[in-house]
Design a protein around this ligand. Structure first.
Ligand SMILES: C[S@@+](CC[C@H](N)C(=O)[O-])C[C@H]1O[C@@H](n2cnc3c(N)ncnc32)[C@H](O)[C@@H]1O
Length: 243
């Protein structure tokens, strides 16, 4: 498995290009803003998520849409013997991940550039896959889910953390206000790119709700293992096992 950054796959579909360019632009302030905007709670969500994996250690785990490596680092804190391969298609995010994970040719961990919808990976090569705040950005959810299904071994686990389309409860309304008003303002002040933080609210509105998401994952060859709602439903953890 490659430990170096491979050439950008230059996906041609417009949504993927827009997403890749946006994350490449905000990479320098991504971690700082995440901590500020979620007051550090996002790290607790990731820590809880990695503790749900029940596959034996050492396992080979894919951190899909791994960004700057937050999920991978949480995994290694909890399961230090695992071998982790992080992939993302925004090179500036990957460069930060490489530094943070200490990925090099002598390391058991790999960081490489890859499109989640066309993974440069062998069939049945992973015991588990984590995807933190990635699936909502895919231009075609089913293509990405079938890719995860293809690279996992039978019985392999898939753990997703993400924001889904909000409902009409009071908590959902508060979440919508926070994403629409607070995030873009603070995001603009710190990264100079309010639009990228406006995108978060737009992408949640354009995505499905948690129930529909889980049904779509099941239709791609997974069984549901469990789910957990965080921060009054602002964020969800969804856990599956490949059939
Ligand atoms: C919100 S960040 C999350 C990063 C990290 N997983 C975390 O928990 O902080 C979403 C990441 O998904 C990546 N991404 C989105 N669509 C992708 C795709 N089709 N292929 C690869 N990476 C993708 C983006 O480049 C970005 O780094």
């Amino acid at each position: 498995m490659a430990a170096s950054v491979l050439p950008d796959p230059n996906s041609s579909d417009p949504k993927s290009q827009q997403v890749r360019e946006m994350f490449s632009r905000i990479a320098p302030t991504y971690d700082l803003l995440n901590r500020l905007l979620s007051v550090g709670i996002d790290q607790r969500w990731r820590a809880y998520a990695v503790r749900q994996l029940s596959i034996p250690t050492p396992g080979t785990i894919l951190d899909l849409c791994g960004g700057t490596g937050d999920f991978a680092l949480q995994l290694l804190k909890n399961r230090p013997d695992d071998r982790i391969h992080l992939t993302d298609f925004a090179v500036p995010m990957l460069e930060k991940a490489r530094l943070r994970l200490g990925a090099s040719s002598s390391s058991p961990h790999g960081v490489f550039c890859g499109d989640a919808l066309k993974l440069p990976l062998l069939d049945h090569s992973f015991d588990g896959c984590l995807c933190g705040f990635g699936v909502r950005n895919w231009s075609d959810l089913e293509i990405g889910l079938y890719e995860v299904q293809r690279v996992l071994r039978s019985g392999g686990e898939f753990v997703v953390l993400d924001f889904f389309q909000a409902g009409e409860s009071l908590a959902d309304k508060f979440g919508r206000f926070y994403c629409r008003k607070v995030l873009p303002t603070v995001g603009h002040l710190i990264s100079g790119n309010g639009k990228a933080y406006q995108y978060l609210a737009d992408s949640m509105d354009g995505f499905c709700g948690i129930d529909e998401f889980e049904e779509r994952v099941e239709r791609c060859g997974f069984d549901r293992v469990g789910r957990k709602r965080f921060s009054m439903g602002m964020c969800w953890l969804s856990h599956f096992r490949k059939v």
